[in-house]
Every structure is written in structure tokens, then in C-alpha cells.
Ligand binder design. Sequence first.
Ligand code: SAH
Length: 481
Amino acid sequence: MKPPVIVILTETSITVARKIQTAIPESVIYGLVDRTRSADFTYTNFGETVREFFQTGTPIMGICAAGILIRTLAPLLTNKWQEPPVLAIAEDGSAVVPLLGGLQGVNHLARQIASVLQVAPAITTTGEIRFKTTLLSPPLGYQLVNPDDAKKFLADLLAGEKVKLIGTADWLENSNLPISAEGKLTIEIIPKDKLELAKPSTNCLVYLLEEATQTKEKLELSQGNVSSQSQGKLAIVGTGPGAMNWMSPEVREVLEKATDWVGYKTYLDLVESLRKPEIVRHESDNRVELDRAEIALDLAAQGRSVVVVSSGDPGIYAMAAAVFEVLEKKGKPAWEAITIQVCPGISAMQAAAASIGAPLGHDFCAISLSDILKPWEVIARRIELAAQADLVITFYNPVSKERTWQLEKAKEILLQWRSPQTPVVLARNLGRNGQTVTVKLLEQLTIADADMRTVILIGSSKTRIVQQGTTKQWVYTPRHY
Ligand code: SAH
């Protein structure tokens, strides 16, 4: 199950949201941009965001009226078996209403939330109230083989039929189910490898029991006892600029299936909500990229499934190149069998461009102003040539604590080739808390406009600022000259 999201519309809901987070620590808070300040992530469109979570199977806890969630999700309600849990929670924490996802444990979630809010959950599922258990969403380790038969089965139970239990399961024995050796209905618990013995029907629900040995294997894996026979994997992924909905499903899946995450602390923190407890975090400083790449390759060579986490795209000023550099230079024999995969992400320049229109609509280039890995003269020459070539230019790493004069120098060079009226886009904290996107003219650009979380787009001679109505401003670069 994906980590649940708490969706809020106003800053006043944050107190209740944080309380819920104490009960469900893996949950993350999404706040409406401009209306909330301290949520973990922001979103701009309630309907689209909630529908996307629903479609990706993410449990949703909306601090809002039940009606809003019902209307938002109504067009998508087609398959009861695939619904994630959806709950509405009153803004003052006085009501917890499970709405959807009965088969995915919504009532269990409702109870957890209600317990920290010290209220009674509004459970309405008849079978559950009467039998004190939910046959449709069994506890971890049990899997219902024939969910399609369950409706008739439950209807018979509710009508008064008794049930015979074959096999053992605490959660059934301790329930209020009318268990009797003479029951007309049957519930059968069988080990996973004996599935062929089962005879599921509307009179017989069958639950598969996960094998103890499988659980043992998982345990060993999580403790680092991995056999060196198994082939290691190394995925270098980009998580996008910040917001979860800008992360590709491939990246999410690779992160969730890994045994180890390697990366800069800030980037690991951004995806922490996806981390299962058994996944090992290997944090490092942002500067020691080559050491980090080597650690990752060594871990993979031991048979582990390692993910190296970058923000944005892993191939753009990030870890993918570092991994291949170490592979080329050190080339240890133990690394030969590792399966390496690079999973792309949305880069800061794409997110910046999308937020303001289409400034990268024609030819463009990207230049990093960081002179840690290359001399300033090389950077200055590139800026000059790109300016001459009339390319739109994206500056990554424009400013840092030690990098304080480079942006001013870059501006000087640009002004030799470009009009002082050239549009400039400054995008800060894209997809994260405190996102700002500002449009300026080249002559107005100062070092105070940027920091290490800002990406800057410098227009070409063709780039234009357009007004939509009186308040909305866009920037785009036309495709025709
Ligand atoms: N791989 C990343 C870039 C890493 S270099 C990517 O593809 O986006 C780090 C620089 O990227 C920062 O100094 C900043 O210029 C830019 N950047 C990264 N994330 C950003 C964000 N969320 N908002 C604005 N700029 C960002």
C-alpha cells in the first residue's frame, strides 16, 4: 500500500493534519498552494490532485466535507476492488468518516485516526459491525482468493447462515463470526503452495497463507544477509524537482522495491514517505559524489538492489554521470554483473518552463555556474558563445554560500550580446514548499534574486512576455522566426 496523503485546503487544518500524522507517521500532508504555509507539499488543483492520488492507489485523507470528496471522485468509481481508502475528516477533528476502500482497510485507518483525535469513527459497514472483522480485507499475510464470491457469501452470513472454519487463523477465531462445525458456509485457510486443493465458491471463501519461509527470506534480506549468488541492481533515479506528482511511476516503483537508498540527505528526505522500514538509507554530503557512486556500486555487487537518488533528472548535473565515471575509472571485476538502469525525471528547467509558459519553446542550452568541477574561464566562454548563438540559456547552480559573484559576471557577459530588456525567469523551490516564479528583465537581475535552489532561464532575442488579461503573465519563445 502506498503511504497515505492528508489533503488540506486551509492552514487552519494543519493542526488536525499533524495529529493524524502522529498516528500514521508515513503519511504526508498536501496543502493548497497560497492557502497553506506549512504543509509538506503543495498542490494547485484539488480535483486533479485527489483524482490522481485515487488512480494511483494512494490512500486519501481529506480534511474537508465528505461531499467534496464524493463529488470529486464520483466519475472514477467503477471498481470496488481497486479503490484505495478514502476518508473525510472534519476540520476541527470532530468526525472521521470512511467513504471508500472498504476492501483496502479504510475502517482500520479510520480507527487509527479517530483514536488520536479521541472521537468515535463513523463506521457503517454492516458485516464489520456485526462480525467484528472484515472478510474482504484480511490482515497482512492472508490473501482472499475469490473476492468476487464474497458478496453472496456475506449476504448469506448476514441473513443468518453459520460458517465452518477449515484451518486456523486468530483473526477469524477471535471475531464475532457465527462459527459452527455444521455451518453451510465454509472459510478455508490454506498455504500458498496448496492452492490447487482449494475449491472457492460462493459458499466457500479461501484465504491463502503466505509461507513462513518466504517471510524468513524477506527478513534475511532486510538484515543484509543477502546471498552473493543473487545479481545486484543499481538504479540511478531522478525524483523530479520536489512534488510527488512530478515523479514518474517507474521511479516510484524502483524506490519502493529497493533494499538500499543512497543519496544526499535532502533528496532522501524528499522521498522518505515512500520508504518501507526495511529499506536502508545511506546518506552523504552533497560534495562527495564519486565516493557515493562507489558505495552504491559496491552495495549492488553484494547482490543488493540499490537506488541512487537525485533530484530532478539524474543525468542533468547529477549522479548518473558520477556512477559512469567511477565505473570507467575504477572498473572493479565485482561490478561486471550488476544490472544498471537510469530512470529519468523532470528537470528543474522543465518545471520552471512549465510554470511560466514555454520559454524553452525553441533552441536552448543549460550551463551550470558551479566552478567546483571546471574552471570559471570555461564557463564564461560558454556563456559568451551561447549568448552569441542566441540560445535560451538555463543557469543551474547560479549561487551558493561560496558562489557569490559568478551570476553578476554572467550578466555582464550576456549584456554584451543581449538586450537589457531580455526576459529572465527566476524559479525557486519548484514543487516544494515556498515555490516562487518571478519574471524580470536582464538589466534588473541581481545576485539577491537567486540562491542554490533557484534555476534561471535567460530568454533569447525572440523570447516574449505576454499578458493574459490584467493579472496573468506568461513567457514564451516562438518556434517561427
Ligand atoms: N538534477 C537536477 C539538477 C541538480 S543541480 C535537475 O535535473 O533538476 C542543482 C541545481 O538545480 C540547483 O542549484 C538549482 O539551480 C536547480 N534546482 C534543482 N531543484 C530545483 C527546484 N526544486 N527548484 C528550482 N531549482 C532547482
